[in-house]
Design a protein around this ligand. Structure first.
Ligand code: PEP
Length: 254
């Protein structure tokens, strides 16, 4: 079985002036472990990407965007393409975050094109999937995950599946302080891995699956110790250097 390197990414959402981004990256970047031990990334708003990249230069902290358009270019006012991000030096992109799905009409159909477009441009995608509270309570978690994983990865050849990082983020746990239990998160992440296994057994063994949803220093180690949880996508706790670094530290034992 391939060793899966832990991965911890901080999603800043719509937070961060250039000065704040510079200060936060300056506090984090020199202290992250070597990528062979834990891969680390911050996902900055478009306007702070260049500043974050400059502050992270020469360190092992990667800088990612939070969205992109699937086309290379064209008449799509207000959008940003994958090649525009790689030109800046951005290494990856969050795709299908529940806030984009919920508030900005992100669809599985668009994600089917965004995932291969990101890889083609040299960006590592973090594809987010997860159920709402109502779906969870109605016992529909697996149905929702099956739909999202199958549709969103449909445009990808099996040999590229393991280049995607998948984040299981139950929507009811994002920004709410309500974390899934380690057992709930493990069950869902194992199910996501099995879905990847329906497409390729090799990819299922190699693909990194993160948990996201109110991850904090106090609960990170328990979550990342689970067999099928390879790291964390962290929102609120990534806005403070010490709490983000404590979660990165917890990933070393995961
Ligand atoms: C997120 O933004 O993806 C997230 C999981 O946020 P939080 O950690 O604040 O719940």
């Amino acid at each position: 079985m391939p060793e899966r390197t832990p991965y911890v990414a901080g999603n800043w959402k719509m937070w961060g002036s250039q000065a704040e981004a510079r200060d936060l990256v300056a506090a984090i970047a020199p202290r992250v472990p070597a990528p062979a031990e834990v891969e680390t990334a911050v996902c900055a708003p478009f306007t702070a990407l260049a500043t974050a990249l400059e502050a992270a230069q020469g360190t092992d902290l990667a800088v990612l965007a939070q969205n992109m358009h699937q086309a290379q270019g064209g008449a799509f006012t207000g959008e940003v393409s994958a090649p525009m991000l790689t030109e800046l030096g951005v290494q990856g992109v969050v795709l299908g975050h529940s806030e984009r799905r919920q508030f900005f009409g992100e669809t599985d159909r668009a994600l089917q094109e965004k995932v291969p477009a990101a890889l083609e441009a040299g960006l590592r995608p973090i594809l987010c999937v997860g159920e709402t509270e109502e779906e969870n309570e109605a016992g529909e978690t697996q149905r929702k995950l099956r739909q999202q994983v199958q549709e969103d990865l449909n445009g990808l050849a099996p040999q590229h599946l393991a280049e995607v990082v998948i984040a299981y983020e139950p929507i009811w746990a994002i920004g709410t302080g309500k974390t899934a239990t380690a057992e709930q998160a493990q069950e869902a992440c194992a199910f996501v891995r099995a879905l990847v296994g329906d497409k390729s057994k090799e990819a299922a063994a190699a693909v990194r699956i993160l948990y996201g949803g109110s991850v904090k220093p106090a609960n990170a180690a328990g979550l990342m110790a689970q067999e099928d949880i390879d790291g964390a996508l962290v929102g609120g706790a990534s806005l403070e250097a010490e709490s983000f670094l404590a979660i990165v530290e917890a990933a070393k034992g995961g």
